[in-house]
Every structure is written in C-alpha cells, then in structure tokens.
Write a protein that binds this ligand. Sequence first.
Ligand code: PMP
Length: 368
Amino acid sequence: MTPRIDDLPVRDELRGKSPYGAPQLDVPVRLNTNENPYPLPEELVDRIAERVREAARNLNRYPDRDAVELRTGLAAYLTDTTGHRVGVENVWAANGSNEVIQQLLQTFGGPGRTALGFEPSYSMHGLIARGTGTGWISGPRNEDFTIDLAAAERAIAEHRPDVVFITTPNNPTGTAVPPETVRALYDAAQAAKPSMVVLDEAYIEFSHGDSLLALLDGRPHLVVSRTMSKAFGAAGLRLGYLAADPAVVDAVQLVRLPYHLSAVTQATALAALEHTGTLLKYVEQLKSERDRLVSELLALGYEVTESDANFVQFGRFDDAHAVWRQILDRGVLVRDNGVPGWLRVTAGTPAENDAFLDAVRELKKEQT
Ligand code: PMP
C-alpha cells in the first residue's frame, strides 16, 4: 500500500493540503517560474569554481554563521543601485527569499498570530504562514489587480495582522505598488497593532520605477526582501536577503538555524556579486522582451495586465487551464497560477518568446 500523508499524525492544518508545485516538466521552452533564461557567463562560472575551491579547503569547519563578508557585499549592492545607504548591520541573508520570509514569520508570526497579503499574490506567503502556524488573511485587490487603498486600510484595521505583505512588482500580476500606497499601508499597520510590513521586491530590478528601499528611513517595522534568483540569474544558488532596521536583523537571529548558509553558498554568492555588472546587463534586454510580449499579446487581441516584472499576465480565458494545456502541447510551458481567466508567461530569450507567441497566435487562429 502506498503511504498516505493523512495516515500520519501530521498537524491538523496540513491535512488535505498540497505542497507548492510549479511543474518541472522537460519541455523545449520553459517560461513558467520567472527564471532568468540566460546561463551565467563563463568568466563567472570560473570565478565561482575558484571561490568554491578555496571554501572547500575549509569545509571541515562550520561557515561564517553571520555571513559578514556576504552581507557587506549585498549592502554595497543595495547602496550602489538605490543611492540609499545600507550597511552590513541592515542586511540579513538566507537560502532564497523564501527562507528570509520563513524566518520573518517565525520571528513575527507564529501560533495565535496572523499575516495578511493582497491576493492574488505570491502563493508562498500564505504557504509559509501555514508552515509556521501563522493564520493567513487574504486581503483584497481591484479588478485590474492594483491595491484598493481604502479597502486595504479597512482590512488592516479590521484584522490587525502581525505581518503585512506588499509585493512590488506583484507576482503573478506584475503590478507595481506606488510609494504613497506603501506609506499609507505602513501607517495603517502601525495604527492597528503595530505590525511588521514586508515589502517583497523579488522583481524590483525589472521595474519601470525605483526600489522603495529609501522608505526604510524612519520606519523600523518595514522590511525589504530581495533575491538573487531573478535579476542576477542565479535561482539555483538559493540566495535571498533583506534590508531593515538593525533590530530586525538581530531579531531573526532568534529563529535562524546556526550555519544556515553553507560556505559553498556564501562563496558562490560572493563570486556573483563580483560580477554584478555582467549579470545585470541582461535585465535591460529582459525588460524590452517583456514589453514586446505585452505589445504582441495586445496586438493578438489578448488582455494583458500592466507589468513591471520579468513576466506578463495574459487572458482572459473561460478555461485558463485548458489553454495552459494547449500551449504546453505546442512545447511551451507557461504558468497557471489559479487566477481565474488568466495565465502568466515569463520573459525568456527572444527565440523562446517567439516560440510562445507562435503558440498563442496559432490558438487565436484556431478560435476564429
Ligand atoms: N517573492 C516573490 C514575489 C517570488 O515570486 C519568489 C519566487 N518565485 C520569491 C519571493 C522567492 O524567491 P527565492 O526563494 O528564489 O529567492
């Protein structure tokens, strides 16, 4: 008999639930997980090998538990790219921003506490809430997927969550959140509790606008979460980080596992930071490919949600899942995030995007 989860004494809130599951299918064109389509440049691969070789000589020892050299490099990257001074004391790093978010919920959420996000948004916020025993509250969005400020303020006042997630640009819709909305939601969250506000900027490098990192000034309960998985093209590295008041960095030490960032991860991320310029040069190209996807989808008669990220939400479909399958049958994997009527496509290389556009063009022809 195959073992079943429900036969085990798992926690009640996990019963009948499914794990996060973007399909990892072996198809020619994979545009479903918002990865960067460009492999790391060879000179960086060589530098990683060199740094990892050095680190390997000391693998008998635990790594730097506080990842000071890496956090210093990340702080310099944030300062250089935003003009807002960030020091090592403001930065914390973990295995992907998923782990950053988990550590934040372990610290500020947990049993008897709640977190609120404006949905549809990144599904892992709710799943990590569940995994940490934090209650999840689904806040509202407008029809066009922007945040309805008045409704959002009402939801915060009513539920008084311990943690509020604001994702900008939002996944899966691509929607950017204006700074005045973030300021107002922060104020609402402070008036209600006070609570922590997590600004998830996983895709910020692809945005038409600037990072909202400068909002950290004078807002000790604001946390900006970032990742090297998207703009840096290093999803396989698993490196996420946050910027916040030094007290927040101290607080997450209470829940982080000792030595959570391996010496190999730290060495690889440091090598990647040495090549920031080369890595980020693909960002401009991906932004223009994103804009091309938007205009070609519109020209084909699809509806498109305005995007500030490296992906585009398009629709509308009576049965989005059936369309997802038809696109997959043509060798292109996009994402069905479960938003009724909509699918999401990641901006790939020009050739991958052409393959996707050919597939949806064919579908349109079949319908007419
Ligand atoms: N935040 C958002 C909004 C995301 O879309 C993702 C990845 N899809 C993450 C965080 C997590 O990324 P990672 O753990 O790879 O840093």
